[in-house]
Design a protein around this ligand. Sequence first.
Ligand SMILES: Cc1cc2nc3c(=O)[nH]c(=O)nc-3n(C[C@H](O)[C@H](O)[C@H](O)COP(=O)(O)OP(=O)(O)OC[C@H]3O[C@@H](n4cnc5c(N)ncnc54)[C@H](O)[C@@H]3O)c2cc1C
Length: 452
Amino acid sequence: MSGAMGAVAFGGMASALPTNPDVVIVGAGSAGIGAARKLMAEGRSVLVVEASNRIGGRAYTESDTFGVPYDQGCAWLQGPRNLPHVSLAQDLGFKLVDHNSASDSFRIDGAPAPRKEKAKYDRAFETLYEEVWQADDVSIASVLPEGMPYSAEAQTWTTMGYGMDMANVSTADMNAYAEYQVNYLVREGLGTLVATLGRDVPVKLNTAVEAIDWSGDGVKIITSDGTISAQTCIVTVSPGVLAAGGIRFTPELPVAKQQAVQDLPMGLLTKVALQFDGERFGLTPNNWLSYALPSQQVPAEACYFVTFPTGLDLAVGFLGGDFAWDMSAKGADVAIDFALEEFAKAVGSDARKHFIKGHMSDWHANPFTRGAYAAAKPGRFGARQDLKDPLGDRVFFAGEAVGVPLAALCSGAHLSGENAAQMALASMESGACSSCDARGAAKQKLQKAISE
Ligand SMILES: Cc1cc2nc3c(=O)[nH]c(=O)nc-3n(C[C@H](O)[C@H](O)[C@H](O)COP(=O)(O)OP(=O)(O)OC[C@H]3O[C@@H](n4cnc5c(N)ncnc54)[C@H](O)[C@@H]3O)c2cc1C
């Protein structure tokens, strides 16, 4: 480990933080932590600059609300079988609860749907995937057959998944997702896992990056607490933060990148968790709860649930897309009341008798995320690569928005951070090479990392 990095700090202990790191990482979410760990493992000094008062970003577990670990942000650990998060979690002793086998209790008028209706409902998802698979880069809504039974229900689930109404999401975005083989809930919370992975990473908390000057050699990072110089920089903030102009670039971002930021708008998934007194309403833990919608109009006004995840006394409801923005703006009381009413109707019981309290996540209002995750506009799947492309071989971009084929996911963010670290390493290596051959080899490494 080089220079001041010998002293490692967690939680913004300024005295122990490197003042002149090789790499500055903007944002201590999953991507920032993934990048920092990779660089540190390669002996590079890093400093992560984080605007908020904690690490983890959209991976956030807290126990204050319900007295048990509750994920306000990401909760499912999803990805390919060899996902590094899984072995890291297991090595750290986290309890992973398999969720691949979860079933969906689909309800009509407060009772489990008759088998025939459930089959039609399941078929709607198959049709959606089949139609999307055959399409290029157009809106998901545009490829669905007119009058398809349970179209609104299928679109409602998908809207929750993307945080965006299906008229505004590209089929190419959906097709680019990797089939994930692992799908776990983390009993201690996925946010706790991400924070634990970041515990030895030097992070300067409560410090906003205001500008990045990449006009000369290296980079200058202008923060709310002074300027830091480094060889390279990795930006992991969401496209929502970039679109809001939260970070000024000198020289300005190239037009293609500015366009990419606009073409990757932030969707919204709002979680509305309902705590009950132990009553299970005939439902089993770790399953899904959905219901037939009164109208087939989309976007639908609905809240579907995961029931009693990891055995907690919680039904966690999801609002997605435009409806989520509307309800979130109305406030937690309205959203909780709505979710409770929908839950009660779905289970056909007076759930209010057993209700203790609820909680609504507030990613819609968080100035450091400005939504849940990004979705590519129809026709603009290429925006993800445009956003990822480095600036002058010294400013690299990571985060869920560029985490293809696990975009929008915590694991995709982490891997994109590792990939950006790889690019930064190759770039620094190339800058330090004394011979042309060595420089050429390092440049090739950089090109490989960019295209991965
Ligand atoms: C409600 C919800 C549910 C989700 N569910 C899942 C799920 O089940 N499974 C899954 O895999 N994914 C899920 N996700 C997505 C997942 O949480 C994200 O993809 C992932 O955590 C994003 O990580 P990131 O590092 O790209 O960004 P972030 O976590 O947003 O990290 C960026 C960091 O940058 C900081 N920052 C912002 N501006 C500045 C600035 N100017 N200066 C310095 N720092 C700044 C932010 O505070 C933040 O900490 C969910 C997200 C939400 C909101």
